[in-house]
Structure formats: C-alpha cells, structure tokens
Design a protein around this ligand. Structure first.
Ligand code: NA7
Length: 522
C-alpha cells in the first residue's frame, strides 16, 4: 500500500506495532510455524523483477523465510523510511469540518491525513483464554501468536499445550521431539491433511518463473485465489460411486495440502458429500494413531470439513504414537483451572514446567476494536460493529469516510490466499484514491443502503455452505461474548473481484462521493 500510494505522489506514513515488518510472520514465531499456501503462490505479484529474483526453498515456506521475504521487500522498495515501528495507533478520528483523519499514537504523535487505511490484519490480536488461575502459573506461559523472539528451548521440560488449531498442529510435533513430556489439551478435534512439504525443486521453480504471468492469472480464477491442485473432478461428490470418490480423496491425500477439500466442487455445500470426506479423514487418523482411544479422540465428529479452517500437517497424528505425548479430551474432562504447577481438569492435575497457549485470535475485528475509531457524528466503529462487523465490500464502512480496510470483514480475506486478496484491496484502494484526485473530489463513503445490500448478499451466499455450521473464528464463536456472524465473503475470489471491478466501472457504485447520491449497483 505504501509503495502504491507513493507511486501516486502521496505523502504516506505507516504505523506498525512490531519492531519490524512482517505482521503475522513477525509475531507468530512458534516452532514449526509455516504457511499453508504454497510458497510460489504466497508472494507478491506487483513487481516482475521481485518475482524473478526471490527463491523459495520449500513447497511451504517457514515463518523465518517469509519474514526474510517481507524484509527483502521492505528494503528493495525502500519502505522503512516511512514506517514508524514499535508504534501503536491509539485513535483515528474523522474531522467533519475539514474532511481529514486525525491519527494518534502511543508515542504521543498526532498526524492528520486525508485518507486512512487500516491494514491491521485478520489474525493479529491473540485470544488469551479466560481460565481461572492462569496468571498464577509458576512457569513460563507462551502464546503461539506472541512467541518470544529469542526462541524457547523445551529440552527436558514437561510442557502442556492448550488448543489444537493450525498453530498447535504445526508446533506440537516439533515440541514433542524436544520436550521430555508433552500433554495436549483438545477441545475440538480438527480435520488435517498431510502437507507433503518438500524442498523446492529447481524445475518447478523454473517452470513457475517462466510462466508467472499466466499462473497468476489462473490463480485469480481459483475460488480461493490459488491454483487448483491436480485435476479436480467437476461433478457433484455424490454423483459418483464410492470407489471413484475414495480414489479422488486418495489422490488429494497423496498430493498433500488444502486441495483435498477441492476434490469435488460441492464439498462445502453438500453435507452428505462433506461427510464422505470427513469419514475418509477419520479413516486415515484411525490407520495412523496406534492407540484406538486416542485415535477416536482425534477424529472430528461435531462439524463438517472446512467449516473450521482445515489444517495441514507434518507428522501431527504420528506424534500421538510417541511415548512422551498424552492427549486430553476436554469434552470429557474440561479444564477447571490452572494451578501454580500446571493444568487441572475435572478429572486430574497435569503438572508441567511450561504452558503453551495455542488458543488462536480475536479474528477479523479484534485489532480494530482496540483502536478508538470515530467517524461522522461521533459514531464509533466499536458501536457500529456491536452486533457484528458491517462493511461495504469489506472495504469501507458507512459513516467513516475516506477510511479504507485491507481484507476487512465482508471480503474473501481469510477464505483466500491472503497475498492475492491483499494485493487486490491495495490496487482497489489506490485506484479509488487516484480517481478521487483526478476528479478533484475530497471524500468518498459507503452508502448505508449499499452496505446493507452487501451484508444481505454475503449472508445469502454463506447460508447454503457448511461455513456457518462450525464454532469457528470465522463466526466469532471462539471469543466469549463476541456477536456471531459469518465475517468473511464466501462468494469466491473471482466473483468478488468481478463485483469490485463492476463497482469501479459503475462510477463507484454504492459509494457517495463528496455528498452526491451514490450511483446504483450495475
Ligand atoms: P485457532 O484455529 O482458532 O485454534 C485455537 C485452538 O485453541 C482451538 O483448538 C480452540 O478450540 C482452542 N481453544 C481456544 N480457547 C480455548 C480454551 N479456553 N480452552 C481450550 N481450548 C481452547 O487458532 P490457530 O492459531 O491455531 O490458527 C489460526 C489460523 O492461523 C488458522 O486458522 C490458519 O488460518 C492460520 P475450539 O476449536 O475453539 O474448540
């Protein structure tokens, strides 16, 4: 965004809470942290030289490698000189009299700007669980999303991990190899496919680099902003025989990655079809985990595949065959408290030297809620979003002129390859600001009726899918007291882009510019 806006000749200031660039990849340094989108696709497309000069070393990049990439991009485009690091924005207030935003920081700085872009991330405020006694634990407590930069050595230690989401699934195999004893506390079992990570092959990288333009174009046609894996069968899952369906899943399992969920186009819609994939994954778990009781505990049985984010792993289920690893199912024995010595469930105490909270994030809205954002008439974003977030196209909120959101709620964001979605929003916002400047306009804002229509459309698109079925962070269900709404747009990356492009072509349909009536949607 900084690079693009500079290109328009604007003066740009960036405020960043971290001491360096990287966002998610700056904070999430837990052992085993890695992207679940393939490296060649999880990269910026805006500069061809950048594409050609950077080399990824593995099919799925590790956190340190992605952080190096972010640093490289920052240096290559000389971004750091306009970024204030270690600085948190505390408030952003729209001044009706002059149509500008006043941004204040925890360093006491006050900056006035015509446009304010919130690029605060979707998974950037960690969820510290409200478990009695947590603060009284005698040993260190680590949160996966705020991992110490100097690293942690668990050698010879007894470790308890709470949570079995993506971060836990990546870190548990690594911690288990180091620790003397590992106890995993699972509230909800997850569907996990093998990543089949491997070193980047020279031939694959060359093929990608020679065809980047074409492959990026194909990426944009993918529902999730990623290339299809293998040859998806374009027929409904229940229209084929059991053997053919099983063969399709087996192929997806062997290829590895999230592509398993795309084995048939209707797996996120047809609950019977979805259940066949669920049972396939359960079969794999039962075949891998030797202790039948542990295997059953690890088999998800309370939500469809994909309704909570599907995970990919390297040796997660195999880890439960180790002698030093114990799985505790919290449905049968909920955590009652944390004592100074460890975790205490309804059945027994589990003493440990260190505690790892892999308990996720206050997703999509948590970070924006921590900033006092005030729009027209003193309306705060917190109040506007009290019943769940609303945003037209996930890009702007009615009543908050010239305030843009990157991957905001109501956009595909977390249901897509994030880099693709981030670039689309950055391009859209830069294009919008350029258009405003060309016509000499001062203020753009979402029309409340267009915003309402978008919300209804988003809910209608999500309703037939399995997404609302899971108690996931997509819906706010992982945070006590958070309103339950499905916060992302599941109309797909290509469809969403088409709508955004039509809005732009329709003279920013659904947006009011300088108080004029908003053009209707085409
Ligand atoms: P997730 O996917 O939200 O996982 C958090 C895990 O922590 C999940 O298993 C939760 O169980 C569990 N949890 C949360 N609070 C508690 C309490 N109080 N007690 C016990 N267990 C708890 O976060 P991740 O960091 O793993 O992954 C986030 C995203 O990052 C991921 O989806 C990828 O997109 C990358 P629950 O399922 O709520 O029952």
């Amino acid at each position: 965004m900084l690079h693009k806006l500079r290109g328009l000749g604007l003066i740009v200031r960036v405020f960043e809470a971290g001491h360096d660039v990287g966002g998610t990849w700056y904070w999430n340094r837990y052992p085993g942290a890695r992207c679940d989108v393939e490296s060649m696709e999880y990269s910026f497309s805006f500069d061809e030289d950048l594409e050609q000069e950077w080399s990824w070393t593995e099919r799925y990049a590790t956190q340190p490698e992605i952080l190096s990439y972010a640093r490289h991009v920052a240096d290559r485009f000389d971004l750091r000189r306009d970024i204030s690091f270690s600085t948190r924005v505390t408030s952003a207030t729209f001044g009706e009299a002059n149509g500008t935003w006043l941004v204040t920081t925890d360093k006491g700085e006050e900056v006035r700007a015509q446009y304010c872009v919130m690029a605060t991330g979707c998974l950037s405020t960690v969820n510290r669980p409200d478990i009695p006694g947590l603060d009284g634990f005698a040993g260190p407590v680590y949160q996966t999303g705020l991992w110490p930069h100097e690293g942690v050595d668990f050698t010879g230690k007894a470790v308890c991990v709470i949570g079995t989401g993506s971060s836990a699934i990546q870190s548990i195999p690594v911690i288990a190899r180091q620790a003397a004893q590992l106890t995993v506390f699972q509230r909800t079992a997850n569907y996990v496919a093998p990543a089949r990570n491997q070193p980047m092959s020279e031939a694959y990288e060359e093929h990608f680099k020679a065809n980047y333009k074409d492959l990026r174009r194909k990426q944009l046609q993918g529902y999730f902003g990623a290339l299809p894996s293998g040859e998806p069968r374009m027929v409904p899952s229940m229209s084929v025989g059991d053997d053919e369906r099983e063969a399709a899943y087996e192929e997806g399992w062997e290829r590895g990655g999230l592509g398993l969920l795309g084995s048939f186009p209707d797996l996120l819609f047809d609950r019977d079809g979805n259940e066949t994939l669920a049972e396939f994954v359960r079969g794999k778990i039962r075949a891998t985990v030797k202790n039948p009781a542990t295997a059953e505990l690890l088999c998800p049985d309370d939500h469809p595949v994909g309704s909570k984010r599907m995970c990919i792993d390297t040796g997660y289920f195999e880890t439960f065959n180790r002698d030093n690893v114990t799985l505790v199912g919290l449905k049968a024995e909920p955590i009652e408290r944390i004592s100074s010595e460890g975790v205490v469930t309804a059945k027994q105490a589990y003493p440990c030297d260190a505690l790892v909270l892999a308990t996720g994030f206050d997703a999509m809205t948590g970070t924006l809620a921590k900033i006092a954002i005030t729009g027209r008439g003193g309306r705060t974003l917190k109040d506007e979003w009290a019943d769940g977030p609303v945003a037209y196209l996930g890009l702007m909120v009615a009543g908050f002129p010239n305030l843009f959101l990157v991957t905001g709620p109501g956009s595909p964001s977390v249901l897509s390859n994030m880099l693709v979605s981030i670039e689309q929003h950055v391009d859209w916002i830069a294009g919008c600001i350029e258009a405003l400047r060309e016509r000499g306009a001062g203020v753009i804002e979402a029309d409340p009726a267009a915003q309402e229509d978008w919300l209804e459309h988003g809910a209608a698109v999500a309703a037939p899918t399995v997404y609302p079925d899971g108690k996931s962070w997509y819906t706010g269900a992982n945070i006590a007291g958070k309103p339950r709404t499905f916060m992302a747009y599941i109309g797909g990356v290509p469809g969403y882009r088409k709508i955004c492009d039509a809005v732009t072509a329709g003279d920013y349909a659904g947006f009011a510019i300088d108080g004029a009536e908003a053009a209707p949607l085409p």
